[in-house]
Structure formats: C-alpha cells, structure tokens
Write a protein that binds this ligand. Structure first.
Ligand SMILES: *Cc1c(COP(=O)(O)O)cnc(C)c1O
Length: 358
C-alpha cells in the first residue's frame, strides 16, 4: 500500500514549514529562531493533572487582558500564535473557494497553513521599501477571506505603515479579516494596534509568549479581536487546547513581578542590538545592516553562503533568508547575550569581502 497516495493531494505536494528546529544545525550559539537567550525558571502551582483543564483558562485570559489592555471577551488562548494562524483559516476559509493573502518577504506559516487546508494563496510581494503594495492588494482581493500582515515584519524587522493598515482595514470591511501578527511587539510596544480593536470589526491581532517572554518551549499564544470573531474561533478550536501546566506558567509570567523582569530583558536585548548594529559595518564581509524594531538584525553580506558556512563552523547558528524574494545574500541574526553578539562579531570580522578567512 502506497501511503503517500492515500494522503490528500495537497499534502502530497506540500513542503512543510522549514522551522529553525527542523533545519537544525550544530554549535553552542543559537541565533536562528528569535528566542530569548536565557531560560526562565518556574515551578508549577497546580497539581491537579488528573483533571481536564478549563477550555480557556479564566485566570490566564484575565491576566493577558490586563497586560494587553483589552476585555477578556476579546481574547482566545492558543498553542502558540501558530495555532491561531491555522485556526483562522479553518474557521473562515472554504476549501477550493476562498483565498488568503500575504506579502513576502514575511513569516512562512501563513502560506503553509493555507496549503494544508487546500486554500488558495494570493501572494502580493511587499514594495522595495518593505511596505504594503496597497493598489496590488486591492486588485488581488476578490475571494480573499484573510489578509495576514506581520508588523514588525519577520524577517525584515520593519513596522508596517499604520496609514496603509487603515486603508487595508477599510477596503476589506464586510468581506475579509486583516490579521496583524504582533509576535515581536514587546520590542516596540508603542506601535501595538490593540487600541484599534474597538474601531475595526475585521481586525485580528496575534500575540505570543515565545519571543520577548522567553517561553518558546511553553507553546502559548493569543488572538485578540472583537468578541464575535473570538466566538467563531471558539467553535473550531480543540476542546482542551491549553494544558494545565501551560496556563499555570503563563499566568506566572504575566504577574507584576515577572513583567518587571520582562522589561529588564527587553532593555538588555535592545541595548545588545544597538551595540551589534553599530559594530557590524566595520566587518569587511558585511554589506548592509537593516534597521530593526525587534530582537534580531537582518544583515546583507557580499557572500552570505560563505558567511553562513563560516559561522556554522564556529558553532554559531543563524538563519539564511536568501531564498525569500528580495533578500539575496541576507542572514537573520537573533540578538542573544552581549557575549554571543561579541563572539559572532569576532568571527565575522575575521572574514574578507568574500566571506573567507583574512
Ligand atoms: C515566532 C513567530 C510566530 C509563532 O509563534 P508561536 O507562538 O511560537 O507559535 C508567529 N508569527 C511570527 C511572525 C513569528 O516570528
């Protein structure tokens, strides 16, 4: 029996998401997945593992509502933001009829999730300045139910112009949802769109504890939207998506004490990023360091392939973005500890323009 032929045709054809963990690598400096460099320590407060958890743990929603400045009815907790990306497609898109739209270079899961459900992908590249091509989006809108926009955008690191987002929300009203992925918003909190939720009935905001909160291993994310959207998503989500230990630790992470730690962590990463961005242009192999509102730097090199290789030989794992449209010779380097930034800089500065040893 040929199991491959038994699978759905779109799954037979699917290239799965190339996550940092799936690609792997070897070394002791991991700067490829935008994780926080130190592990936080938590102990479980709840020990009732014989019982099913609450479908949407009330205390967790209350804590995140307080943190984000929204009402509890405007939140759904998910297994990472990745589950929310998929849940929206399963809830709003009719296979073989509807489409999702996104604008590369951007996060890869919007396309992969659409493919697994047989939903057409409308791809409208960002303009050269990495902003939305609003006229091109407008032309591509028929059949589109969901528009995914990442801001700050992974992997380019820039914010999407809020005036363009307003125009997008207006032109999609009554026909599509606009999903703004704020996975990195803690690094530029003044730019969150949460205050728009009461104005725009078709706005959804994605959040996660995986990046600034240093909890990628926990798998906890959120979607924020007006309550009628949240009610629809609650129909589709699995019965007990948030394990009790996850809710327990996530609640602790949102406590006042831990939010002070979060602030300190963000300051450390932003300072390291500024130091690193300032230092990188002295290395011969570096072509350009792009501005970043996040916990990584996108860097273009004269020969990214060789640089990637040399970093990996030195035990430093970064993410190659060269395959994304417009990102030839670009590597994305997560900001780690200051020591990790310094070690990376030393390896880079020991290369010539071609990315070989000086
Ligand atoms: C990391 C990331 C996610 C996924 O976050 P999880 O909560 O870990 O699933 C979503 N969107 C973007 C842009 C990301 O970089």
């Amino acid at each position: 029996m040929n199991i491959k032929q038994l699978a759905r045709k779109n799954i037979q054809a699917l290239t799965p998401y190339q996550s940092a963990r799936r690609i792997g690598g070897s070394g002791d400096i991991w700067l490829n997945a935008n994780e926080f460099p130190h592990a936080p320590f938590y102990q479980l407060n709840t020990q009732t593992l014989n019982r099913y958890p609450q479908p949407q743990p009330h205390a967790l929603l209350a804590a995140y509502a307080r943190y984000a400045g929204v009402n509890e009815e405007q939140i759904i907790a998910t297994r990472g933001a990745d589950e929310a990306i998929e849940l929206l497609i399963r809830t709003f898109c009719e296979p073989n009829e509807d489409a999702v739209l996104y604008c590369p270079p951007t996060y890869g899961m919007y396309g992969v999730s659409a493919e697994t459900f047989g939903i057409e992908r409308r791809i409208v590249p960002l303009k050269e300045n990495w902003q939305l091509d609003i006229p091109a989006v407008k032309i591509a809108l028929p059949e589109v139910k969901l528009v995914y926009v990442c801001s700050p955008n992974n992997p380019t690191g820039n914010l999407i112009n809020p005036d363009d987002l307003r125009e997008l929300l207006a032109m999609t009203e009554q026909r599509a949802l606009v999903i703004v992925d704020e996975a990195y918003i803690e690094f530029c909190p003044e730019h969150t769109l949460t205050s728009w939720l009461n104005t725009y009935p078709n706005l959804v905001i994605l959040r996660t504890l995986s990046k600034a909160f240093a909890l990628a291993g926990l798998r906890c994310g959120f979607a924020l939207a007006q309550s009628d959207i949240i009610q629809m998503l609650l129909k589709t989500i699995a019965p007990y998506p948030i394990p009790m230990p996850v809710a327990d630790i996530a609640e602790q992470a949102l406590s006042a004490d831990n939010r002070a730690v979060l602030q300190k962590n963000i300051t450390e990463i932003v300072e390291n990023r500024q130091w690193f961005a300032h230092a990188l242009p002295i290395c011969e192999c570096v072509d350009k360091v792009f501005d970043s509102n996040t916990n990584w730097l996108l860097v273009s090199f004269h020969n990214a392939e060789n640089v990637f290789q040399k970093l990996s030989e030195a035990g430093i794992v970064v993410r190659n973005q060269s395959a994304q449209p417009g990102l030839d010779n670009c590597l994305r380097i997560t900001i780690g500890t200051l020591e990790e930034c310094q070690k990376t800089l030393a390896v880079l500065c020991a290369m010539n323009t071609m990315g070989t040893a000086i």
